[in-house]
Design a protein around this ligand. Structure first.
Ligand code: URA
Length: 294
C-alpha cells in the first residue's frame, strides 16, 4: 500500500494523536462515527423481548426500577438534581441511553450470581464503551465482601488485564487498604462503568446510566455492609449527588439499592492522590471512618 506520508510525517501524526489522548488502535481503518448515525456504538441496542411487549422506551418514571438513592444521615430522601425527582421525568437523557438502561435492567434482574452477571455483561451491547475497549473489567477481590469500593472507570492497565484498579492508582488503593488492615481478599472492587473510556476520559452520564442496572445488581449480589465511592465521578453516581468530591467525601450517607439501605461514603481517588500527595491526609481521615465502621 502506498502512503501519502513519509515516515517522519507518520511519526508526527502519531505524536499528535497521542497528545490528543488516543492511545489505542481499535481497527485497521478509520471510521467516521458521526456519519454512522444510528449505527454509532451502543445505538440501536436490541434488548431481549418479553413476548410482543414493547419495552418501556419511554421509561415510566413511576414504574422505573429503583436506582440507588442517597438519603441524608437523617434518612430523608435526597433529591437528585439534574436527575429529576421521584415520580417526575428525569432531566434529558438521550433515548438511546434510557433504552439501554431499561434493557440492561431487565437482563440484570434475571441474573442470580456474579458469574451470570459477568456473562450478561459480556453479551450486553448497550454501552458504547464496549466497542473500543479490549476487555470487560468486572471486579477484583472477594465475591462477597463487607466493603465494596466503586471507582470511575478502567484505565489502560485495567483494560489490558480485565480487572479494575490494577495500575498505579490500584496499587496505591491496595496500600490504602493495607493501612486499615484490609487486603484484596476482604473487599470487592469495581467501577461505575465496566469498559475503558477511550483515552481515559471520564465516562459520560449516558455510559454510566447504561451500566447502572448491572452495578445495582452487583451490589445486591455482593451484599456489602458499606459502599465506598472512589473519586468524584463515582461519588456523584453512587450517592446521586452533584457536589464536588471535596464536599462529598468523608460523610456517611445511605444509599437505597433494591430493598436495602446501605451506608456509603466517598473518598479521594488514588490517581488524584498520586498527583496531589498533600491530599493524602484527607484520604486517611476517610479510611479511618471506614475502619471504625467495620
Ligand atoms: N481508576 C478507576 O477509577 N478505576 C480503575 O479501575 C482504575 C483506575
Amino acid at each position: 500500500m502506498t502512503s501519502f506520508f513519509d515516515q517522519d510525517e507518520m511519526l508526527a501524526i502519531l505524536d499528535w494523536l497521542q497528545a490528543a489522548g488516543v492511545d489505542t488502535a481499535v481497527g485497521d481503518t478509520a471510521h467516521d462515527w458521526l456519519a454512522r448515525g444510528n449505527e454509532a456504538p451502543g445505538a440501536g441496542f436490541a434488548w431481549p423481548k418479553r413476548g410482543e411487549e414493547r419495552p418501556a422506551a419511554a421509561i415510566s418514571p413511576a414504574a422505573a426500577p429503583a436506582r440507588p438513592r442517597a438519603t441524608t444521615s437523617t434518612g430523608a430522601p435526597r433529591t437528585e438534581p439534574g436527575r429529576g425527582e421521584p415520580g417526575r421525568p428525569r432531566a434529558a437523557t438521550p433515548l438511546g441511553a434510557s433504552e439501554a438502561e431499561t434493557g440492561a435492567r431487565r437482563i440484570a434482574r434475571a441474573v442470580t450470581s456474579l458469574e451470570g452477571l459477568e456473562a450478561a455483561l459480556k453479551d450486553f451491547d448497550g454501552c458504547g464503551l464496549k466497542s473500543t475497549a479490549t476487555k470487560l473489567c468486572f471486579y477484583r477481590g472477594a465475591p462477597k465482601a463487607d466493603v465494596m469500593f466503586i471507582g470511575e472507570a478502567p484505565g489502560r492497565d485495567e483494560d489490558l488485564a480485565g480487572k479494575p484498579f490494577v495500575g498505579r492508582a490500584g496499587q496505591l488503593l491496595d496500600k490504602m487498604l493495607a493501612a486499615i488492615g484490609l487486603s484484596e481478599a476482604d473487599v470487592h472492587i469495581t467501577n461505575i462503568v465496566y469498559w475503558r473510556p477511550p483515552g481515559n476520559r471520564t465516562p459520560t452520564p449516558q455510559e454510566a446510566l447504561s451500566c447502572r442496572p448491572f452495578l445495582e445488581r452487583q451490589i445486591e449480589l455482593v451484599a456489602p455492609k458499606m459502599l465506598v465511592a472512589v473519586g468524584g465521578s463515582a461519588a456523584k453516581e453512587v450517592l446521586g449527588a452533584t457536589e464536588g468530591i471535596m464536599r462529598l467525601r468523608g460523610k456517611w450517607r445511605e444509599v437505597q439499592v433494591g430493598e436495602q439501605k446501605i451506608p456509603a461514603i466517598a473518598t479521594l481517588h488514588p490517581a488524584y492522590l498520586l498527583r496531589t500527595p498533600a491530599a493524602k491526609q484527607l484520604a486517611w481521615m476517610d479510611l479511618l471512618q471506614i475502619k471504625s465502621k467495620l
